[in-house]
Write a protein that binds this ligand. Sequence first.
Ligand code: XIL
Length: 311
Amino acid sequence: SNNIILRNLAVPRFFGAAANTTFLYHDLNYTEVISTQFSIFTPENEMKWEDIEPEPNSFDFGPADEIVRFAESVNAKVRGHNFMWGSQLPPWVNDTLTATELDRALQNHITKVMEHYRGKLYAIDVVNEMISDNTPNETFKDNIWTEKFGEEAVPKALTYARAVDSQPKLYINDYSIEGINSKSDTLYSVLQGFIADGVPIDAVGFQCHFYLGQVPDTLQQNLQRFADLGLDVAITELDINLQGPGNATSLEQQAKDYWTVVNACVQTKRCVSVTVWGVSDDHSWIPGGNPLPWNAEKQPKPAFYAIADAF
Ligand code: XIL
């Protein structure tokens, strides 16, 4: 394993991880893996609104800067995450703001963050988890953004982002859109409309938080149909939840699932990156899920070798 470097095998694609300042330089085995295996990083929380603008127009760039500096030090890219989401918002972004005030807050947030990171971001998840789970009855989720702006919410965020900096690839990122289903059909129509109307959009991020054995059969076909709209596609938050410690059989199935997802990306010309949501099981956002390619001892699991094989 010591001579298998996934970021090299992934070329021309990027292999990435969600990076977290809680562990970076604090858990040295974590730091060792994260320094060698990846060519792109997403800050796991550090660029979220509550972290980066906790009070109106008062920005705390410190932790996100740490990840950006780290990425530069290992010659890796950064995916920004994220601007418009219904979660991890600070208390001041709430429904006491008028639509006009919220609009100004959104534009100011996007502008200040993008100006701060000008030249440093390969991509940004401008829009995160905005498609409804109740399609086709409803297109967008009910949250502060759609409450105040209706269906203009998502185009607004994308338009503000493009106006600041035309360099970073602008993403819409979501879950449960990985296979061909009602939710991904809805996103597909939304994107057709955006493209027809000239709303700026470069790419779609497919989170891929899967349970063991539940990678959709239509993943590759689905990535391809979005690519055929002229967009980049990326696997942005991959993990395969074991819901327990696992055994030899489940670890093999987990490896197969990783292979299937990475292979779907490799078979799709416009698929630019595969990012796993964390590095080692002990630091995953899913407690006890053991969903990642490295175990708590930072040793490679069967999933690690499957990723190498698929790239
Ligand atoms: C998660 C982080 O991993 C956790 O540390 C945090 O407590 C909650 O958010 N979809 C997303 C990510 O787009 O931002 C989420 O990250 C996981 C689900």
